[in-house]
Design a protein around this ligand. Structure first.
Ligand code: CP
Ligand code: NVA
Length: 328
């Protein structure tokens, strides 16, 4: 362990412990503001160390995680597997065709079995209720690697990236497109941390009302705000960051044709980006459908920070895990 790095971890861990640390991370709602700050601070230190070929944190005893994926993944899977390797831990990748949760075996029985072998369960699922069931029956922490309701690990990388490029003072952050899982977690974390979020979606594709209500409560406590709009130009006007995601999320493929029609005016292109601040950054959780929700010119342009955002999945997940399981 790098000298000085240990104290970075100890400081983040103390902050984490003081902030009602969650047993599971299924939703951004599991984090108090100080817990989110602890993750983001540690992630930054981990990024610096990893880039120098060093590590801030390695597990002192054998640690293995089950990595359950009911849906495809590039970033989430690679960031978990590489992150675990760097921290001296091991990931067991399990696809739906391997374990067939709820078909070959009841979700609760899978949770009970896995708890006897691994120290944590990371799961990407179709139904958020599957995560809740895993968490109810697991004796080890469960982490949401994407459900139809939230993508809370993604939100940590999003806010880390925005803070790296724009600072941590209150910022105006525009979400353009589908009020989906990524929008939910991003809106929750951004308002928890005091930012102003403007969301522009077509009618019928707004974020869930319960998410918006929670975001409004966070904003009231943090000094941030959340605004729901129709016109993407209004959302993007003078924004510090513009964020979009695919118009057809995994699991919604049958709606593709009708969604394409509704979302067409919500494309993040150079014309829309001109409404934002000239130095605004562009985010996308990826994978992108080039030419649909975002143009090549914007994705590959000099305002795009999507590759930093993808890299930061690694550092934020490592920080989250070190804080959640760090006493092992
Ligand atoms: N952003 C994200 O979660 O990417 P993957 O679906 O490739 O994991
Ligand atoms: N909203 C997208 C995010 C993919 C990382 C989906 O759920 O498919």
């Amino acid at each position: 362990m790098e000298s000085g790095a240990h104290s970075v971890y100890e400081q983040a861990k103390a902050l984490w412990e003081s902030a009602h640390p969650p047993r599971h991370y299924l939703s951004v709602n599991d984090l108090a503001p100080q817990a989110a700050h602890a993750i983001l601070t540690l992630a930054r230190a981990m990024k610096d160390a990893t880039r120098r070929g060093q590590e801030v944190f390695r597990f002192a005893r054998p640690v293995a995680l089950a990595l359950i994926f009911e849906k495809p993944s590039l970033r989430t899977r690679v960031a978990w597997e590489v992150g675990l390797h760097q921290m001296g831990a091991h990931g067991v990748y399990l696809t739906q065709s391997d374990i067939q949760m709820g078909k070959r075996e009841a979700v609760m029985d899978i949770a009970r079995n896995l708890s006897r072998w691994v120290q944590g369960i990371v799961a990407r699922v179709f139904l958020h209720s599957t995560l809740e069931e895993l968490a109810r029956f697991a004796e080890v922490p469960v982490i949401n690697a994407l459900s139809e309701r939230e993508h809370p690990c993604q939100a940590l990388a999003d806010l880390m990236t925005i803070h790296e490029h724009k600072g941590e003072q209150p910022l105006t952050l525009a979400w353009v497109g589908d009020g989906n899982n990524v929008c939910h977690s991003f809106t929750l974390l951004a308002t928890l941390l005091g930012h102003h979020v403007r969301i522009a979606t077509p009618e019928g594709y707004e974020p869930h009302e319960a998410i918006l209500a929670q975001a409004r409560a966070y904003a009231q406590a943090s000094g941030g705000s959340v605004q729901l709009l129709r016109d993407p130009r209004e959302a993007v006007a003078d924004a510090d960051a513009v964020y979009t995601d695919v118009w057809v999320s995994m699991g919604y493929e049958t709606e593709r044709e009708v969604r394409m029609r509704h979302f067409l005016p919500y494309q993040v292109n150079e014309a829309l980006l001109r409404f934002a601040k000239p130095d605004a950054v562009v985010l996308h959780c990826l994978p992108a459908r080039r030419g649909e929700e975002i143009t090549d010119a914007v994705l590959d342009g000099n305002q795009s920070v999507v590759w930093d955002q993808a890299e930061n999945r690694l550092h934020t997940q490592k920080a989250l895990l070190a804080l959640m399981l760090g006493t092992l």
